[in-house]
Design a protein around this ligand. Structure first.
Ligand code: BEZ
Length: 401
């Protein structure tokens, strides 16, 4: 069990952050108490999947985060780093125990991750209470920067609503009015479906059916037969990692010619495995491999050189998490006790990301472009345009927003 925060300490913490909002992240404000602790390593907790259907996502996020920090000298605010990684297994049932290992057991200064929205829900419940600095590097659970938002919780990735919302308009613009949706049956799937509906239905579209598949199940055959029989104009899906690779191959093998749309997680990181099965798929996401900006070109080359793997959206999020931590701790010369100043610096940060520059909303979520991409040939996905510029999540229920 975690300790529960008293309303007094909660008020003190929130009040402190409010007072810090107008304070420049100046190193001159770093307290002297810091001198003794300065020699200790900063503990960076990592809760990511290294096994199961999301394993590759966890590795790319981790390696790219370390790459960004190494490129900045391998330290945070001048202090050495101890990385403590726990395999989340993308399993919500183990998320409370795994988070406690890092927060209560290892007493990390900051925790990063996870990939799975169900794991994120359990993680932020604890870090909100324990006031542990938290940087979500993938999971899109709306609640983390919605009703569960807190001064110490930030996200460098996306909310599930963000990449989904513009896709409804894309599908309508392509002339498709009747869709079937299919997604994993957990928070992320529900939120991707909701985001898509939010633009598709008011625009005149009809959702014929929503097919839900238990996570991490990849038995799609019976559902594909049903889709073929329903004959929608288009299909919109949310799957990611190993499940996305399998879904696209099964869809193609079933001989279904109905246009396939999805969040960009459908193809990111698995495009080579999908080969010709992915050709034609259109997706929306906050990243595209071929974005023409200097940060993206340098990042892709550096990530390839460091890992011998191609970068994808997960690597971008990890890289931006590393950059974010570098900036935050530089603002306080590595004084992990200066929480108010760290948070104030984070709130003001601009990240020069491979996805394009972004800043943070009042709820601590990226305000970012969502891009339209299409697979034109096996292994070749191209940027078609900006589907929605500088999109902010509505942050429903967040009192800070
Ligand atoms: C999620 O559970 O939030 C998620 C997992 C993989 C990709 C995108 C979102």
């Amino acid at each position: 069990m975690t300790k529960s925060i008293t309303s007094t300490s909660r008020r003190r913490f929130l009040g402190g952050v409010g007072a810090a909002a107008g304070v420049a992240a100046a190193t001159s404000s770093v307290p002297t108490r810091f001198a003794i602790g300065q020699q200790a390593k900063i503990k960076v907790g990592i809760l990511l999947p290294y096994t199961g259907t999301f394993a590759a996502l966890g590795h790319n996020i981790t390696d790219a985060m370390k790459l960004a920090i190494n490129q900045a000298g391998g330290k945070l605010g001048g202090r050495e780093i101890e990385y403590i990684a726990v395999d989340s297994e993308a399993d919500p049932a183990k998320a409370t125990a795994n988070t406690n290992k890092l927060v209560v057991g290892s007493k990390v200064d900051v925790i990063t991750g996870p990939v799975h929205s169900g794991v994120a829900a359990a993680m932020v419940k604890i870090t909100r209470e324990e006031e542990t600095l938290t940087v979500i590097s993938n999971a899109g659970a709306g609640a983390a920067t919605g009703e569960m938002c807190a001064p110490n919780i930030f996200r460098t990735s996306f909310t599930n609503w963000q990449p989904a919302f513009p896709c409804g308009s894309v599908v309508l613009k392509d002339g498709h009015k009747r869709v079937v949706m299919m997604y994993w049956k957990y928070a992320a799937g529900f939120e991707f479906a909701g985001g898509f509906r939010d633009s598709f239905v008011p625009g005149g579209g009809t959702v014929m059916k929503e097919i839900q598949v238990d996570f991490p199940n990849v038995e799609f055959q019976a559902h594909l037969t049903e889709i073929a029989a329903l004959k929608p104009d288009a299909v919109y899906v949310f799957f990611a990692g190993g499940g996305a690779a399998k879904f696209v191959k099964d869809y193609h093998a079933a001989g279904i010619k109905i246009p396939l749309y999805g969040s960009g997680f459908l193809t990111d990181g698995v495009l080579q495995a999908q080969d010709e099965a992915a050709v034609g798929i259109k997706t929306t996401l906050h990243y595209a491999n071929d974005l023409d900006n200097p940060a993206n070109k340098k990042f892709r080359a550096d990530f390839k050189a460091a890992t011998n793997r191609d970068a994808d959206v997960y690597a971008v999020q990890g890289y931006d998490t590393g950059t974010f931590l570098v900036q935050a701790y530089a603002a306080v010369n590595g004084d992990t006790g200066a929480k108010k100043q760290i948070i104030a610096a984070m709130e003001k940060a601009t990240i020069d990301s491979p996805r394009g520059k972004f800043t943070f909303s009042k709820a601590h979520n990226p305000i970012q472009n969502i891009y339209l991409r299409q697979v034109k040939a096996p292994g070749q996905e191209v940027f078609l345009g900006v589907a929605h510029e500088a999109l902010a999540d509505p942050a429903k229920g967040c009192k800070m927003a």
